[in-house]
Ligand binder design. Structure first.
Ligand code: FES
Length: 168
């Protein structure tokens, strides 16, 4: 890991910034893109660059759902676990996905493809129940639609079905 100077492009900006920590999220995303998730080493590297303590960086990292502090699958499924999305028959989207993929929340599936993370609301309440994979949202979901989406992803097709806010 490491090697690539993904932080180079930030150095100039940081020198000019009144509050370099404002770039913390972008720096964390860059480190995550380089290493697959925000590793402990990456966190320290980013903190040093921004003049923050690793603890301050960690606090920010854990606040953001899209910064991953553990290894994740190729597709991280942010399944909404918000109030509106509870209306999923007997089982929530999170529970269905975990059962289907045989994983616990936050765990990588055995094939390394998927990680399921619950989100409090992904801003798609009108399409509840909903989930987000990378920058695409899917909903309203049914077990059949989820199966179809997982199958398409397993076959290596992405993007699929919808274009962000079109119904699946
Ligand atoms: S509560 Fe699920 S998208 Fe808002």
């Amino acid at each position: 890991m490491g090697g690539q100077d993904v932080l180079g492009k930030f150095r100039k900006e940081i020198r000019k910034a009144e509050y370099p920590r404002e770039l913390a999220i972008d720096v964390m995303y860059a480190l995550q893109a380089r290493d697959g998730y925000l590793t402990d080493e990456g966190l320290v590297e980013g903190a040093e660059l921004l003049g923050m303590t690793p603890l301050e960086m960690e606090e920010l990292a854990t606040f953001y759902d899209f910064i991953y502090r553990e290894p994740v699958g190729e597709f991280v499924i942010h399944a909404c676990d918000g109030v509106v999305c509870w209306m999923f028959g007997e089982e929530s989207v999170v529970d269905y996905l975990c059962r289907k993929l045989d994983v616990a929340v936050g765990e990588r599936s055995r094939d390394g493809l998927f990680t399921v993370l619950p989100s409090s609301c992904i801003g798609q309440c009108d399409k509840a129940p909903a989930m987000m994979i990378r920058d695409r949202t899917y909903g309203p979901l049914t077990p059949e639609k989820i199966d179809e989406i997982l199958e398409t992803l397993k076959q290596g097709h992405f993007p699929l079905i919808d274009e962000g806010d079109r119904d699946v």
